[in-house]
Write a protein that binds this ligand. Structure first.
Ligand code: ADP
Ligand code: MG
Length: 580
């Protein structure tokens, strides 16, 4: 594992904290060494005391006592460092990875998000990374401490008394098998717990985001029942894991006690046969923890490793997704855009679809032109517009802005010259001012107000409880549809782009707010290249050019009168709406 690219990547996160890591390892080493030294000191005292004279004894006890106090102090410092700085190192590594993943999320394109579930992407950013930190921090430390303690104790015991050591080491493998067996079961139980937590979260998320629907259908009761089912399944799963844990811990305790008892019984027999000194037996008893604890620790480590590596794999799965739309190495910056847009024989197919949505689209739009796109639902109007800001890459042909292929310019400069107003308005939690400013964060308050006025939003904003400082709630729930739409238009006014896309911007609104919004849209469109997708054909009657999209590409184009006279697809659509 350490040889492949992912392995290298895994280790690379230690790099910024190498000094901290080394200090952590040194501390772990010292803690382990001290735990080995203590029993040896005890042995030295007892064995000397048993043979030496009174005054020598007191002097010796005093001096060794001093050494022990010093060691305790050093151990305390090291343990403090491991717990505090070691965890800190882990959290910092998690911080770095989380930033890296979040920043990668920002780069991935629409086609990636078309295929992913938001909840899943969130858990990769939180839970998964958490289990990884635990591994990063505890892993090496636990391994170092355990190995030193275990082998240190083994060789020291062996040098003191071979038969007694062999007796102990005949019990340890049994303990190991027992621990491994239950550890595996525990791992499964914990995994199940996590899944159940996931289920509960999914239910909560589903319920809370649809809470308005729940209430309108008065289905609180049945929602509670569904929730209780998940909640109970979770309790059952936890109960099961505690049962296994109980076996595991009580069993391991029993093994430790058993080893102690065996050492006492066998040791006493050996003393009576003069095979071993009392001090040596005491030493043995003190070392028992040094043997059993590493076994438990190493077994915990295997589980931590499994969990951490799973988290890391899930992290890498996303990190290894290359954004399918990126700037070319020497992409130019698009500046001083006049707003000419050309589609040259453009074809487009969604990655997940089997057929082309757009075929042979040729469209030349002059700067400042107001162009209406019509066609039946699913004809590809939205898709066509989403190709201009390069939300998706054309499959065939090319799109030019001011004569430059949009694949040759930076995405930032391209997207900053395009403003989009859609049917679904996305507002961020925060106040009115912040939301309008999203179009240009450095805008002054006067500019924001001017934009709001241009978007017919100023008056209603002033009527809100705190004016521009009014909090609009999550996704803007405290505003009406028309108000939200006007804020989103103000946002675009502030951005001031030469190219606009209105995608059914008024279709979710009632007649009255439609008029107000339509009015501000028309003001916005003045002197800008505008693509309008209209739900109600009456709103685009005055467009100089209407383009009708169908399955086979552009069916016809012209102004309203010409298209009506041609009596084709447009006339058909128009009559259908008119008759309604
Ligand atoms: P319109 O805006 O004209 O109603 P769209 O451009 O939204 O049509 O959709 C055109 C076709 O592409 C439809 O058949 C739709 O199902 C499909 N489509 C739209 N978005 C996606 C997507 N993200 N992934 C796959 N297919 C899509
Ligand atoms: Mg659409």
């Amino acid at each position: 594992m350490l040889l492949n690219a992912r392995g290298k990547k895994f280790l690379s996160y230690y790099r910024p904290y190498l000094r901290l890591f080394i200090a952590d390892m040194v501390c772990a080493f010292i803690v382990a060494a001290i735990s080995l030294v203590f029993p040896l000191l005890t042995r030295y005292i007892t064995n000397t005391v048993l043979v030496g004279s009174q005054s020598v004894q007191l002097d010796l006890i005093f001096r060794i006592g001093l050494v022990m106090v010093a060691l305790i102090f050093i151990e305390l410092l090291c343990n403090f460092f491991i717990t505090y700085k070691g965890h800190y190192m882990g959290v910092m590594m998690e911080h770095d990875m989380r930033n890296e993943l979040f920043s990668h999320y920002q780069k991935l394109s629409f086609s990636f998000y078309d295929e992913q579930k938001t909840g899943q992407l969130m858990s990769r950013l939180t839970n998964d990374l958490f289990s990884l930190t635990e591994l990063y921090h505890h892993g090496p430390e636990d391994v170092v401490i355990s190995i030193i303690k275990f082998f240190g104790a083994f060789f020291i015991l062996l040098s003191i008394n071979v038969p007694l050591t062999l007796i102990i080491f005949s019990i340890l493998p049994v303990m190991l098998v027992f621990a491994l067996y239950f550890n595996k079961k525990m791992g499964k139980a914990f995994k199940q717990n996590k899944e159940r937590v996931g289920d509960i979260n999914a239910r909560i998320e589903d319920n809370l985001s649809g809470i308005r629907v729940v209430k309108s259908f008065t289905s609180e009761g049945s929602e509670m029942e569904k929730f209780d089912v998940e909640n109970n399944r979770y309790v059952k799963s936890r109960k099961n894991s505690y049962r296994i844990m109980a076996y595991y811990h009580s069993g391991l305790n029993a093994f430790t006690t058993m080893i102690t008892v065996v050492v006492i019984l066998a040791g006493s027999t050996f003393i009576s046969m003069k095979w071993i000194l009392l001090g040596d037996l005491l030493t043995y008893l003190l070392y028992i923890n040094n043997l059993t604890e590493p076994v438990k620790k190493l077994i915990n480590f295997t589980e931590q490793f499994q969990e951490g590596i799973t988290g890391f794999q899930r992290f890498m799965e996303i990190m290894e997704v290359e954004p399918d739309i990126q700037d070319k190495p020497h992409a130019r910056t698009l500046s001083q855009v006049k707003g000419a847009v050309d589609f040259e024989d453009v074809g487009f197919q969604y990655a997940s679809a089997s057929d082309y949505v757009l075929k042979h689209i040729d469209l030349h739009v002059e700067p400042g032109e107001y162009l209406a796109l019509v066609g039946s639902s699913g004809a590809g109007k939205t898709t066509l517009c989403s190709l201009i800001p390069r939300f998706y890459e054309v499959s065939e042909g090319r799109i030019l802005v001011d004569g430059q292929d949009i694949r040759d310019v930076t995405m930032k400069s391209l997207r900053s010259c395009i403003g989009i107003v859609q049917q679904d308005v996305y507002l961020f939690a925060g106040n009115v001012m912040e939301n309008i400013r999203y179009g240009r964060p450095e805008a002054t308050e006067e500019e924001v107000i001017a934009a709001a006025k241009a978007a017919n939003a100023h008056d209603f904003i002033m009527e809100l409880p705190d004016g521009y400082n009014t909090d609009i709630g999550q996704r803007g729930v405290k505003l009406s549809g028309g108000q939200k739409q006007r804020l989103s238009i103000a946002r675009v006014f502030l951005k001031n782009p030469p190219i606009l896309i209105f995608d059914e911007a008024t279709s979710a609104l009632d007649n009255e707010s439609e008029k107000v919004v339509q009015d501000s849209l028309e003001r916005l469109a003045r002197n800008r290249t505008t693509f309008v997708i209209a739900h109600r054909l009456s709103t685009i009657r005055n467009a100089r050019r209407i383009v009708v999209l169908g399955d086979e590409g552009i069916l016809e184009q012209g102004d309203h009168a010409a298209l009506m006279a041609a009596d084709g697809a447009y006339a058909h659509l128009y009559r259908m709406q008119f008759e309604h």
